[in-house]
Design a protein. Structure first.
Length: 181
């Protein structure tokens, strides 16, 4: 939306012959160009997809997100979008779509579920990026119900057919008793 500013072109034809007016308006052109650029920046920062560093930091402040040191702007933007566009109801398809957005494609993870019998969900992630780990944990804590055990398995390919990975299994045990009267 940035415009090329030429204030002299707005003058009526009979005033264009006066040099003083032309010079004064020509001197003001850079100021108006600066104002247009600032207005364009403000407009871009209203939207997550086009926000710059200042705009994303404003969204992070609203959502109480602390960016990691050295984190790229696109990773920060993805985290803000993930938390800003929180849609319900939560289904496996919604979880898969959100994971695909965070990990950069459907081929970077797989999900196995046995909800009816064991209340277990296994998520295998085929790449590990420190910026993505915290966001995936947050996503799982908001989407997956508390009565389902989530196993996250990180796998990375390393030169040929050698794989390495880790398993994270977290769970809380609650004891429910009836109140005595």
């Amino acid at each position: 939306m940035t415009r090329e500013v030429d204030l002299v072109s707005y003058l009526p034809p009979f005033l264009t012959e006066y040099k003083e007016t032309n010079m004064a308006l020509a001197a003001q052109n850079p100021e108006f160009a600066f104002i247009w650029k600032a207005a364009d920046r403000i407009l871009c920062n209203e939207f997550i997809a086009s926000a710059d560093e200042d705009g994303i930091s404003r969204f992070e402040k609203i959502l109480n997100i602390c960016p990691l040191p050295g984190e790229a702007l696109e990773d920060r933007r993805a985290r803000v979008q993930n938390r800003w566009f929180n849609i319900a109801p939560y289904t496996i398809r919604v979880l898969e779509a959100r994971l695909a957005k965070i990990l950069g494609g459907e081929h970077n993870f797989s999900i196995w579920q046995d909800i009816e019998r064991t209340y277990e969900l296994k998520l295998t992630i085929y790449s590990k990026d420190d910026c993505q780990v915290e966001e995936i944990k947050y996503l799982l804590s908001t989407i997956v119900p508390a009565n389902i055990v989530v196993d996250i398995i990180y796998e990375s390919a390393h030169k040929g057919d050698i794989f390495w990975g880790a398993v994270i299994n977290e769970g809380d045990i609650f004891e429910i008793r009836q109140r005595e009267q």
